[in-house]
Design a protein around this ligand. Structure first.
Ligand SMILES: CCCCCCCC/C=C\CCCCCCCCCC(=O)SCCNC(=O)CCNC(=O)[C@H](O)C(C)(C)COP(=O)(O)OP(=O)(O)OC[C@H]1O[C@@H](n2cnc3c(N)ncnc32)[C@H](O)[C@@H]1OP(=O)(O)O
Ligand code: FAD
Length: 667
């Protein structure tokens, strides 16, 4: 989508493309309808001055936050006034492009009520939440505990005499700390607290606690609430009011405990339903699958900036060609950049699959079929972990790929990184989540002789064959076979998991031994997730990709798989499945893939269809007019508001004119 000044510095690059760009745009958007909605919403946001992102990195926190409230309010008004559908509303939020309280309201508060509330409770709370007559947040994490949810300390003690729960924060470490939207915006919090009836602790349950007046927004009596402070980077996640919250014996009605999974009766009896308690983690599963789709979007933004800039930027040259070379011509630039481009495509494909996986598990849960929940949990946790880690590192790599100019906020990359990097921590620390995957793999392997593994773990059913047969590649082009590649990833993952499982099985089964093996467990979980990513990319490719884009997707798929193989060569070699020579052959094939990507690189990032407004980058502009806009941008810098800098009279002039320190100088 071109919104530059008409001069296309990248026209030559675009003329080289060898695929159907429009078909690729539609594929990446997820279909024609999604593509049209996306285009419409992108324009709507870009043309509305309230949504301007200009100056965001320069605003002081108070102004930044107020402006973010303004945008969120305006977004909601726009949705209502224009009668936008849910899909359109979500897209509009996407293009507004800043974290805000509505994310937690729609993304966690509402899904948690849907998943954990009884029908009656849903009837009471959801209409209010849908019309935003109340604003909710998800208050789980405390100062003292985040990962260890069972260690939370906030209490909800039932008082049968008044039919109420008494919400209390008994220690400093029990203070709720981090929930987004809690600091300043929310009127209600979904609080995770220890349920206590008749002095008995029943563990963690969810409660809806009103925290601010619906009349004047002041905190309710005995509620202490506020924002936790400035976070990493300029702009970035600072548009969000991550908050703290303490209760001092605050009473809420008994009906405010979400009771789909467990009930407390009027006389204080605790009754568990026969549904698995893990359903209480449903909102986390929902958000984690969404985070995988987001990873592709964030990575594709960084890659778009780095690819376009690499095609504009020229350094050095060689005696065979006139002029300087575009930096995208350098093999080292390609070997850092093209695998990230392929990764953004891989994550898009996997994101589509995750959507269907989530829809399937929701359908099953509604029919009281909980059989696939452990696998879905392992998938969402593991892929959230891998994709966010790779994306955060990938954004930073793109910044470096843009040299010095990448370090300027005008490149858009520092702010992108600051907004994205907390995804490695929120919704589950990435190491903690990989350990969950490892536990799932151990359990699956321990039962493999009795229960045939299904879904993404099905390959573990072939563990014997995968452990004994080695890779048969003898020439480079033998690698150009998706079954060969898949088997390599399966064998590596199965062998890594089996090795650590065997070591643990030989031991005493103590927690200390498990801890001792956690680095290997994490590595085996990573191997399993990389297999899922490669296999789902291949699967997507083989199921109805339009002819005009299939070849390019194949090239990207091989690029992704080869680069994963090479980056993890140590693991592949250690399992004994591949030899050093086979890895070297894959390296050669990867270079051939780079040659195929090169003429298509700019068009492949154009296909993500990020507008200039959304990218917010002088380096990643569609028209490639980088230098003019970097130069113009400098004049927006507040230090340049005056020609002579504020502070000259007090601090510079004395230095320049009075030689204050000269008498003592030894120089
Ligand atoms: C304007 C208009 C429109 C706007 C619209 C906007 C819409 C936006 C939409 C979406 C955007 C959303 C944006 C959200 C931003 C994110 C903000 C971040 C929020 C947070 O961070 S919330 C806090 C998250 N916290 C965590 O993730 C904590 C991590 N810890 C855990 O997950 C768990 O405690 C644990 C997994 C580590 C637990 O370990 P353990 O002690 O073993 O726990 P147990 O409770 O005993 O469980 C054991 C048993 O359960 C299995 N299990 C664990 N988790 C799950 C699960 N999620 N699902 C299913 N099963 C689970 C576990 O494997 C064990 O199984 P086993 O017994 O072994 O078989
Ligand atoms: C921007 C942002 C937004 C957030 N929004 C919300 C929100 O809306 N609602 C909410 O409730 N929470 C929210 N959180 C909190 C977030 O979910 C937690 O920070 C996250 O779950 C990690 O928990 P922690 O901070 O306790 O980390 P810790 O568990 O203390 O982790 C610290 C380190 O210890 C390691 N570690 C911990 N336990 C183990 C173990 N058993 N084995 C090996 N290593 C271990 C971790 O890997 C990590 O390296 C948010 C956090 C951030 C940064």
């Amino acid at each position: 989508m071109q919104d530059g000044n008409g001069l296309d510095h990248l026209a030559g690059e675009r003329a080289m493309a060898q695929f159907d760009l429009q078909a690729m745009k539609v594929y990446l958007a997820g279909g024609q309808r999604e593509y049209e909605i996306s285009t419409k919403m992108a324009q709507l946001v870009a043309n509305d001055p309230v949504f301007s992102k200009e100056d965001r990195v320069r605003l002081a926190r108070k102004d930044l936050y107020k402006n973010s409230l303004r945008k969120a309010g305006h977004a909601w008004k726009t949705i209502l006034e224009k009668g936008l559908s849910e899909v359109e509303g979500l897209k509009l939020r996407h293009f507004v492009d800043e974290p805000t309280y509505t994310d937690l309201h729609w993304g966690m508060f509402i899904p948690a009520i849907k998943g954990q509330g009884t029908e009656e409770q849903q009837h009471k709370w959801l209409p209010l939440a849908y019309k935003m007559a109340i604003i909710g947040c998800y208050a789980q994490t405390e100062l003292g505990h985040g990962s260890n949810v069972q260690g939370l300390e906030t209490t909800a003690t039932f008082d049968p005499t008044t039919d109420e729960f008494i919400m209390h924060s008994p220690t400093v470490t029990s203070t709720k700390w981090w929930p987004g939207g809690l600091g300043k915006a929310s009127t209600h919090a979904l609080v995770y607290a220890r349920l206590i009836t008749d002095k008995k602790d029943h563990g963690i349950h969810a409660f809806i606690a009103p925290i601010r007046s619906l009349e004047d927004h002041t905190p309710l009596p005995n509620v202490t609430v506020g924002d936790i402070g400035v976070k990493f980077g300029n702009g970035g996640y600072n548009t969000m009011d991550n908050g703290f919250l303490r209760f001092d014996h605050v009473r809420i009605p008994r009906e405010n405990m979400l009771m789909r999974l467990a009930t407390v009766t009027k006389d204080g009896k605790y009754v568990r339903s026969n549904k698995p308690r893990q359903l209480g983690y449903g909102a986390m599963v929902f958000v984690r699958q969404g985070i995988v789709i987001d990873a592709s979007i964030y990575l594709s933004r960084a890659v778009t900036i780095a690819v376009r800039y690499s095609a504009v930027r020229r350094q050095f040259g060689n005696k065979d060609e006139p002029g300087e070379l575009q930096v995208i011509q350098y093999r080292t630039q390609q070997s850092r950049l093209f695998p990230l481009l392929a990764t953004a495509y891989a994550y898009r494909a996997v994101g589509f699959w995750m959507k269907s996986l989530y829809a399937d598990v929701m359908k099953r849960l509604n029919d009281n079929d909980f059989s696939t929940l452990p696998e879905v949990h392992a998938c969402t946790a593991g892929l959230k972990s891998i994709t966010t880690s790779v994306t955060a590192d990938g954004i930073e790599e793109c910044r470096k790929l843009c040299g010095g100019h990448g370090f300027l906020c005008a490149s858009g990359l520092p702010e992108l990184y600051a907004a994205y990097v907390p995804a490695c921590t929120y919704e589950g620390d990435n190491t903690i989540l990989l350990l969950q995957v490892a536990r799932f793999l151990l359990k699956t392997l321990s039962q493999v002789s009795k229960v045939r593994p299904v879904g993404t773990a099905a390959y573990l059913g072939n563990i014997k064959q995968l452990s004994t047969q080695n890779c048969k590649v003898s020439q480079g082009h033998d690698w150009l076979n998706t079954s060969v590649l898949l088997e390599a990833f399966e064998a590596r993952s199965a062998r890594q998991a089996a090795a650590v499982a065997l070591r643990l099985a030989k031991g005493s089964g103590s927690e200390a031994e498990f801890q001792e093996n956690t680095p290997e467990l994490v590595e085996s979980a990573r191997a399993h997730c990389q297999l899922i990513l490669v296999s789902k990319f291949i699967e997507q490719l083989q199921t109805g990709t339009p002819e005009g884009i299939r070849k390019q997707l194949e090239v990207l798929c091989y690029t992704y798989a080869f680069s994963q193989l090479i980056d993890n060569a140590g693991d592949f070699l250690a399992t004994g499945y591949v030899t050093g020579n086979q890895i070297a052959l894959a390296k050669e094939e990867l270079k051939h893939m780079f040659d195929k990507i090169r003429p298509n690189a700019v068009a492949l990032v154009d296909a993500f269809d990020h507008t200039d407004d959304y990218l917010g980058s002088a380096l990643g502009r569609y028209d490639g007019d980088v230098y003019t806009h970097l130069y113009k941008g400098a004049f927006k810098e507040s230090l340049n508001d005056t020609v002579v800098v504020d502070g000259y009279e007090e601090y510079l002039k004395p230095v320049l004119t009075q030689n204050l320190w000269a008498p003592h100088s030894k120089l």
